[in-house]
Design a protein around this ligand. Structure first.
Ligand SMILES: CC(C)(COP(=O)(O)OP(=O)(O)OC[C@H]1O[C@@H](n2cnc3c(N)ncnc32)[C@H](O)[C@@H]1OP(=O)(O)O)[C@@H](O)C(=O)NCCC(=O)NCCS
Length: 195
């Protein structure tokens, strides 16, 4: 039996990949996040977000106090914000990820590189062995993307498909798609703890 306490979703100040970085989300990102989450096309398969800026700022202020999830702004290495991604809901040695959005004029490789960065961060730096997540049934492009990564559909309800991805599949995808992320991500931890 896995000890639930031994797997923790730590936040990082910065996670660097090949051409992208993840930066810990802050209250100042509320406007950018709202612009993505209230874009009709981008948000079709996401849970509802109030268009109220103050509510988004409050959500981010609460996030700053949370210790069970990591919410990132996906940026170019030059610091241009491109999207968001979130790691949350640790269950034993499995982590969940989602809130994955890239703006419309994203580079074509951003989806691949950001997904690989999530797995590299979670497996190489946080020590997780598996991932679980759900995708709206209508979001066919996205569940097809995950299935090409080796995600296995394990359940469904009226709205969603539920997926799991084991360590072997994660490692196989990191190897198969290494041209998008040739090395493990590098991490600058919050609170000056280094790794
Ligand atoms: C989810 C999201 C971030 C994915 O990004 P995306 O850029 O749309 O991803 P795509 O599936 O188009 O993949 C990007 C490119 O990588 C390519 N690609 C995808 N999987 C690939 C694979 N396994 N091998 C090689 N190339 C692959 C695609 O062909 C595409 O190339 P192209 O731009 O030349 O067509 C984006 O669609 C989005 O923001 N959606 C709205 C929010 C959402 O629904 N999020 C998911 C719920 S959590």
């Amino acid at each position: 039996m896995v000890n639930d306490d031994s797997f923790v979703i730590r936040k990082a100040l910065k996670v660097r990949g090949k051409s992208l970085a993840f930066r810990n989300a802050a209250v100042g990102d509320a406007e950018f996040i709202l612009s993505l989450r209230t874009d009709e096309d981008r948000s079709r398969y996401l849970s509802y977000t109030s268009p109220d800026l103050r509510a988004q700022q409050d959500w981010l202020a609460k996030y700053a106090e949370a210790s069970d999830q990591a919410y990132f702004i996906i940026e170019s290495l030059a610091g241009e914000p491109l999207g968001t991604v979130r790691l949350y809901d640790p269950k034993g040695d499995s982590f969940c990820w989602g809130s994955w959005i890239l703006k419309r004029d994203r580079p074509s490789w951003a989806a691949m590189e950001s997904a690989l960065m999530v797995y590299s961060y979670a497996v190489d730096h946080l020590g997780f062995h598996r991932s679980h997540f759900d995708v709206r049934k209508g979001n066919e492009k996205v569940w097809t993307f995950h299935e090409r990564f080796g995600a296995v559909r394990v359940a469904e309800n009226e709205l969603d498909y539920f997926y799991e991805l084991g360590l072997d599949a994660i490692r196989a995808s990191l190897a198969k798609y290494r041209r998008y992320l040739p090395e493990s991500v590098s991490v600058e931890w919050l609170n000056t703890v280094s790794n």
